[in-house]
Design a protein around this ligand. Structure first.
Ligand code: ASP
Length: 430
């Protein structure tokens, strides 16, 4: 799409997508406020919003399948060794803290509470609340293809993780034949991921229009009141990110007798790069340079921990998923109960592993987290409208969460180096 030059739409495709989405949000809100309860306009615009939701749903399962398989299989078991195992446990634990913080902040601030969207689109379907044992059992698919076809999130993830790990082992096989065929399978899924992200790129070209339609409906129905929830969800996400720095990263630094202030000063270049690019993947070179030149992490450690972190460690995204799940559940009038929150813990940590380090990837994972707790994002549904509200501000949230994703990778690199006695203290103390 963006390749179309000189056509009548060239102005649209050439302008910055982020800016366009924000314009869609602002113009949608203004028009909605001006044209209160404009039922004809709402009916006219509804299909435009529905189309956007359908396009997103179309890419959800293929994106999850491909990125999770590529994510889990890109870690070679042979390379893992002590450092690898340490960093993976570290990443999983910090992600676990992140989702707990996300849910905690979401519960305390309760963004979206009080603004009941069911007045806008009819009542939300009561999210069914399975028991904990059932949740755990349901994770294992009896027919993985059936789960993929039905878009059942947790069983699909479960299968993809098994598949990805097995694929990693096969790619490491001493048997040439097994290794070669596994490499083909890996390349296939890698290629599929690339293709899917191309499609994601196209779908996102439609985002400004979809966001405009969805936001218009919200504001036309509820007036300026809808600003409050959007502001509170943004504040909640950023407070969660701040807590992750203070309560998790700084405390870990202190445990390992490293100055958190020094760490925060040194981590600024990758943090800022991630903030502006909204891509952990694109920030890798800056992260590596900082790890080596400013922090004194040896190449043997950052060469593994940073790329792996940029692929599977997304603490900021995890916080965002927790807060947004609570926000959407509140706004549709079906707050998450305890077992649903546990499901969110599980899906958000797994989703963060499957989130690609590219702008906006987390928003697709949010679809998956919502589905896992029974909040179905169906065109025209109240959940879809709430999701559309989040998408309208996603760029602002993405900047913060990507920064935190990268900071999480950097802490991991430094701590593993320190625990292995390989941190160059001369460089660190500079
Ligand atoms: N943009 C994030 C990253 O690159 C992923 C996300 O959208 O959450 O780390």
């Amino acid at each position: 799409m963006s390749e179309q030059k000189g056509g009548i739409f060239s102005f649209y495709f050439k302008s910055n997508l982020l800016v366009r989405i924000l314009i869609g949000l602002i113009v949608g809100a203004i028009f909605g406020i001006v044209f209160q309860n404009a039922s004809q306009a709402i009916e006219f615009l509804r299909p435009f919003g529905d189309l956007f939701i359908r396009l997103l749903k179309m890419i959800m399962v293929p994106v999850i399948v491909c990125t999770l398989i590529v994510g889990t299989s890109s870690i070679s078991p042979a390379q893992l060794g002590k450092v690898g195992v340490k960093i993976i446990i570290f990443y999983l634990l910090t992600s676990l803290f992140a989702i707990i913080i996300g849910l905690f902040v979401g519960t305390v601030i309760a963004p979206g509470e009080g603004m009941m969207l069911e007045n806008i689109a009819g009542t939300a379907k009561e999210a069914k609340a399975p028991t904990l044992v059932q949740i755990l059992l349901d994770i294992v698919p009896t027919n993985p293809f059936g789960s993929v076809a039905k878009g059942e999130v947790l069983p699909t993830i479960c299968f993809c993780v098994f598949f990805g790990i097995a694929l990693a082992f096969c790619r490491d096989s001493k048997d040439e034949k097994v290794k070669n065929s596994a490499d083909v399978v890996f390349s296939f899924f890698e290629g599929m991921s690339e293709v899917m992200f191309k499609v994601v790129g196209w779908v996102m070209q439609y985002a400004p229009i979809g966001v405009f339609a969805l936001i218009f409906i919200v504001f036309s129905k509820s007036g300026a009141d809808a600003f409050g929830p959007l502001l509170s969800v943004t504040i909640s996400v950023y407070i969660g990110l701040l807590l992750q720095i203070v309560l998790v990263y700084c405390v870990i630094c202190l445990i390992y007798k490293l100055s958190p202030i020094k760490f925060l000063k040194k981590v600024r270049p990758p943090m800022v790069t991630a903030f502006v690019t909204r891509s952990s993947g694109a920030t890798i070179p800056v992260s590596m340079e900082t790890a080596e030149k400013d922090m004194g992490v040896p190449r043997s450690i950052f060469g593994f921990t940073i790329p792996v972190g940029a692929t599977i460690n997304m603490d900021g995204t995890t916080i965002y998923l927790g807060v947004c799940a609570i926000f959407i559940a509140n706004i549709v009038g079906v707050p998450l109960n305890f077992s649903q929150q546990l499901t969110v813990v599980l899906t958000a940590v797994l989703a963060s592993i499957g989130t690609a380090g590219v702008p906006g990837a987390g928003a697709i994972m949010l679809l998956m987290v919502l589905e896992s707790v029974g909040l179905k994002v169906e065109a025209g549904s109240v959940v879809a409208i709430a999701y559309g509200m989040i998408l309208g501000i996603d760029a602002i949230l993405d900047m913060g969460r990507t920064s935190m994703n990268v900071v999480g990778d950097m802490v991991g690199a430094v701590i593993v180096a320190k625990s292995e006695n390989e941190l160059d203290m001369e460089v660190w103390n500079r």
